[in-house]
Design a protein around this ligand. Structure first.
Ligand code: T46
Length: 160
């Protein structure tokens, strides 16, 4: 028997949190100002688009290896918004019960990565640039890097 995996979600302006049914996530529509022929401007403001005060930003590029994998962890408390500012990649989300894949290929829409959400990034285009806005400074103690530990922590939280 084969288990069917749902088709990856495509980011469009019409998309709502209803279609993104994995828990602790959400769609973030940024303010977009097309300035043709002088390029486009995309804006993220705390309170308006980002549901937390931004304490840290980091960006990822040079994703030339087809087989590159990033993420593969959850955070205990950190809140983040991830956006593909150039190129494309695939974002895999797992709340411990439900899994969903999203094709990240627009700078206009971000995805909220809430606490206790397992996430993996793959299928990077060579020109892919990822920006992440985070609610706190880097803290390795906030990471859960083992999937078994992630599931056990969720089970303990349900029992408590
Ligand atoms: C996340 C996803 C979306 C730091 O020292 N400071 C930092 O702010 C960051 C982000 C990383 N690092 C160090 C920690 C590791 O030794 O850089 C190394 C690589 O980090 P990591 O393996 O966590 O990178 P990714 O791309 O797998 O994950 C990153 C973020 O770390 C993570 O919080 O949610 O992007």
């Amino acid at each position: 028997m084969t288990t069917e995996r749902p088709l990856p979600l495509r980011l469009t302006q019409e998309l709502t949190d209803k279609e993104l049914f994995v828990q602790n996530s959400g769609i973030v529509n940024f303010q977009f100002v097309p300035d043709r022929p002088d390029g486009n401007l995309t804006i993220a403001e705390t309170g308006k688009h980002i549901p937390f005060p931004i304490e840290r930003a980091y960006w990822i590029n040079s994703l030339k290896a087809r087989e590159a994998v990033r993420g593969k962890h959850a955070h205990k408390e950190l809140e983040q918004v991830i956006v593909c500012v150039n190129g494309s990649f695939r974002l895999h989300l797992d709340d411990g019960t439900t899994q969903q894949d999203i094709v990240m290929d627009t700078p206009k829409i971000g995805i909220r990565l809430g606490a206790m959400l397992w996430h993996e990034m793959t299928n990077f285009s060579p020109d892919c640039v990822i920006l992440v806005l985070a609610s706190a400074p880097y803290n390795e103690a906030d990471y859960i890097r083992s999937y078994d530990e992630f599931i056990n922590t969720l089970t303990e939280e349900i029992k408590a």
